[in-house]
Design a protein. Structure first.
Length: 221
């Protein structure tokens, strides 16, 4: 009984701290920007959130209704997160993103590209693709007898908690199904909105690899 009571008290404290942090951010002046699933990476000026938050990051389960009022944010950004939940959960998340965006607000979603994986299986690879295959096998599939793309593709769709890998068509379809009318692909680090430029964490992998494997779509409410 004491353990259950302590757990409930701890959960109330976490919930109250989340509510306090979110309310303080939304009251402050300036554009309102929400990052979903950023891990420990904090974007300055953004309300940063993650399922397993570190210090100064909001605890948020993106598969559940977002704990924000309608039309609360100008921008929402999510990088390499949506592939970790099922398609139907991702669609619910996008519907919630649409709800919490202001009219004219924009969402940017970066996620691994299924077409990038398919291209690794082509007969002729570019030097960057070949380097990527060699690196991925060396880093993540040491049991592979040689650096063959099949090992990379099979590992990628199953590893790191991946649940659904999008191509451009399926991601655009999901965003339109969530209510967005204007959806389009963007290059890494580039956007029509200044607030959505230069956001991708390109330094987490060797040079060129994040751009190679990443699909980005932006949508306006």
């Amino acid at each position: 009984m004491a353990l259950r009571t302590n757990l409930k008290s701890a959960l109330r404290v976490v919930t109250q701290e989340n509510a306090r942090r979110a309310a303080a951010y939304l009251r402050a002046p300036g554009a309102k920007k929400l990052q979903i699933g950023g891990g420990s990476r904090r974007l300055p000026g953004w309300l940063n959130s993650d399922l397993h938050p570190s210090r100064d990051v909001l605890e948020l389960d993106a598969t559940r209704p977002l704990p924000f009022p309608d039309a609360a944010f100008d921008f929402v950004y999510s990088e390499h997160m949506i592939e970790h939940i099922r398609f139907e959960e991702g669609l619910r998340m996008l519907k919630e993103v649409h709800r919490v965006l202001k009219p004219g607000g924009a969402a940017r979603v970066a996620t691994p590209d299924l077409d990038f994986l398919a291209a690794l299986c082509a007969p002729d690879l570019t030097p960057l693709q070949r380097d990527y295959v060699d690196w991925a096998v060396r880093e993540f599939i040491p049991e592979a007898p040689e650096p063959h793309p099949a090992f990379v593709v099979n590992n990628f769709v199953r590893a790191w908690g991946h649940r659904f890998i999008y191509d451009a068509e399926s991601l655009e379809l999901a965003m339109r199904s969530a209510g967005f009318g204007s959806v389009g692909r963007r290059r890494i680090m580039e956007s029509d909105f200044e607030e959505l430029r230069n956001l991708e964490n390109v330094g987490r992998l060797p040079t060129g690899y994040v751009a190679l494997e990443t699909l980005i779509c932006e949508a306006v409410r």
